[in-house]
Design a protein around this ligand. Structure first.
Ligand code: GTP
Ligand code: MG
Length: 200
């Protein structure tokens, strides 16, 4: 799929105020600093459409980007960010939870995990919650440029094996990406294109 346009639509913290257009949408979720905003920029070939930072906690709201005038990418705040207060964390959890529960046109959630890390309880819990709530998701391994090419398959296999050993009977769809060297772009866009075709 070729990206012909990518525009920022709005930021907010209330799912009821998200864009009303019934277009398919894809959300990016995962721990702070895992590379959600960077991946959105990489996919649409824009340097700073989504705001990124080396410090965790950059993305704070539900951010809608309209792509090719007929679908949305959604950049979300990261979870597991230790420096926000307990109160803020609660508010965050509430509106993000509501977003996932109520957003009807959410056709796929991408759960991003750093390819170098062992499965983290917070990610596993979140995937389990998505599964329980019947929200389709795929795993995106990020920052693949940080590993030697020969090591990538080993890390991915180890991660998926642990998923299969614990909660899942079948591995979810998964993608290996690097925003730094643009790995995984075509595969992800093809996946999105396939879902869009079923939607329309
Ligand atoms: P929050 O909005 O804080 O939740 O973070 P985020 O998940 O949106 O991460 P962001 O895209 O802001 O990136 C965090 C840091 O990781 C930045 O310093 C990026 O440059 C870096 N980064 C993101 N993707 C990659 C990647 O593929 N490779 C490398 N080497 N660094 C990356
Ligand atoms: Mg971000």
């Amino acid at each position: 799929m070729k990206i012909t346009s990518a525009e920022f639509v709005m930021s907010n913290s209330d799912v009821a105020k998200c864009p009303a257009a019934p277009l398919p949408e894809y959300a990016f979720i995962g721990r702070s600093n895992v590379g959600k905003s960077s991946l959105i920029n990489m996919l649409v070939d824009r340097k700073s459409l989504a705001k990124t930072s080396g410090r965790p906690g950059k993305t704070q709201l539900i951010n809608h980007f309209k792509i090719n005038k007929n679908w949305f990418l959604v950049d979300l705040p990261g979870y597991g960010y230790a420096r926000v207060s307990k109160k803020d964390k609660k508010i965050f959890q509430k509106y993000i939870t509501e977003y996932f529960e109520k957003r009807e046109q959410l056709v796929c959630s991408f759960v991003l995990v750093d390819i170098r890390h062992e499965p983290q309880p917070i990610d596993l819990e979140f995937m389990e919650w998505l599964g329980t709530n019947g929200i389709p998701f795929a795993i995106i391994f990020t920052k693949a440029d940080k590993l030697k090419p020969g090591a990538i398959a080993k890390y991915v296999d180890n991660y998926l094996k642990q998923l299969l050993d614990t909660i899942w009977e079948e591995a979810p769809p998964h993608f290996v990406t690097s925003s730094a060297n643009r790995t995984g772009k075509e595969a992800l866009l093809a996946y999105i294109d396939g879902i869009n075709r079923d939607f329309f």
